[in-house]
Design a protein around this ligand. Structure first.
Ligand code: PMP
Ligand code: GLU
Length: 403
């Protein structure tokens, strides 16, 4: 059947949904890479954001052991009790947060946990506040729940514009259920200070808006920056905050698909119902590996952090030296978010054009800023080996000089 005639039978929602731009770009980069490799060249991959490191050996061994021990059956919908205990311990140790296993839900990566939160909170027409620039799936997950993504502008420092936030809250007629605060931030690398988080959190408290604190990059912060968890600021804020995290980035486990969150028990109970009816449970084997990740030796995390910091410094220095590019110093995550719009010309009029041409001509994959809600920027993921980064930055510099 043709795509056109299927449109009559498929839901309006799915037809409206945008495909994940990070995954789409990676697929395109992959295709080109295969072609180029035949000619002895390749694409430098600064596109999709995932650690280039392998999952540490102790974690892989725990996964293998889980298979040998036949931990291969369905599990409780929100995760096995051993994993929930490990997550409780993690929140206590890393974030100073006291939770019980009933406050915890494990899901298929932070992405599916976030989707479950949306489904648990959003009625058709409800608003969800999403500060720009935002990670690609936030807006589309709201769309999937029939909600309205309310994009909050950002200021020079790439952090949320509080006046715009207040204006949206005052103007939007339907209930606003949630805000997503992502620090360290994808795509900007910005890390919010305690004071900045407190100010935003206070606005939410006053307006009955629940906070999703997406902290998946918490371990990757650089210089003298500190990570703060909103749920730790006061009991009132803990009550309205759902803290989301994952083993994906921290332990180079993106493919294992284990994410989790902590929230009020009543929220977790409702989310667990969704989990039981939809994915059933996160992969049993991956859950055992995640326990080892959180409870085993943490040395690999600092090794990776150190390496990312060196790369961040290098990428930032190289970007600053390119005429026409402006870039703030990323304080966390593994992304740089340079402003490239001063280089736009008759041939390159948008971030899609920029990243498209850079891919085809420059043989470097970066994600256009349009995917994150701002067309003046592109995102560079520096979760790549140093030799690839050097080559990629040489290519980007050459490409920009030719514009
Ligand atoms: N939040 C942010 C900010 C992300 O960048 C990502 C992408 N990894 C996720 C959530 C989803 O993470 P996961 O791979 O655990 O689903
Ligand atoms: N979070 C990563 C990124 O932003 C992985 C891709 C995705 O989940 O969209 O590139």
């Amino acid at each position: 059947m043709s795509e056109k005639s299927l449109e009559k039978i498929l839901s309006e929602k799915v037809l409206k949904l945008e495909a994940s731009p990070t995954f789409a770009l990676d697929a395109k980069a992959n295709e080109l890479d295969v072609e180029l490799k035949k000619q002895g060249d390749y694409i430098v991959r600064f596109g999709i954001g995932q650690p280039d490191f392998n999952t540490p050996e102790n974690i892989k061994d725990a996964g293998k052991k889980a298979i040998d021990d036949n931990k291969t059956k369905y599990t409780p919908a929100a995760g096995i009790s051993e994993l929930k205990e490990a997550i409780v311990n993690k929140f206590k140790k890393d974030n100073g947060l006291d939770y019980e296993p009933a406050n915890i839900l494990a899901g298929i990566g932070a992405k599916q946990v976030l989707d479950t939160i949306m489904r648990a909170f959003v009625n058709p027409g409800d608003g969800v506040l999403i500060p720009k620039p935002y990670w690609v799936s936030y807006t589309q997950q709201v769309v999937l729940s029939d909600g309205v993504p309310l994009e909050v502008d950002f200021k020079e420092d790439l952090k949320l514009d509080k006046d715009h936030l207040k204006k949206i809250i005052a103007d939007f007629k339907n209930p606003i259920k949630l805000i997503i605060i992502n620090s360290p931030n994808n795509p900007t690398g910005a890390v919010y200070s305690k004071e900045e988080l407190e100010e935003v959190a206070q606005i939410c408290l006053e307006n009955g808006i629940y906070i999703i604190a997406d902290e998946v990059y918490e371990k990757f912060i650089y210089g003298d920056v500190t990570h703060h968890s909103i749920a730790g600021f006061s009991q009132d804020l803990k009550d309205i905050t759902i803290t989301v995290n994952a083993v994906s980035k921290t332990y180079a486990m993106t493919g294992w698909r284990i994410g989790y969150c902590a929230a009020d028990q009543a929220i977790i109970k409702q989310m667990s119902k969704i989990q039981g009816q939809s994915p059933s449970n996160p992969c049993s084997i991956a859950q055992w590996a995640a326990i080892e990740a959180m409870e085993g030796d943490q040395g690999s995390v600092e090794l990776m952090r150190n390496e990312y910091e060196k790369r961040r410094n290098y990428v930032y220095d190289r970007l600053k030296a390119i005429d026409g590019i402006e870039c703030g110093l990323p304080e966390g995550a593994f992304y740089a978010f340079p402003k490239v719009s001063d280089l736009y010309n008759s041939r390159i009029k948008s971030s899609d054009d920029f990243s498209g041409q850079l891919l085809e001509e420059g043989r470097v994959a970066v994600v256009p800023g349009s995917a994150f809600g701002d067309d003046r920027y592109v995102r560079i993921s520096y979760a790549a080996s140093m030799d690839k980064i050097v080559e990629g930055m040489n290519r980007i510099e050459k490409f920009c000089k030719g514009l």
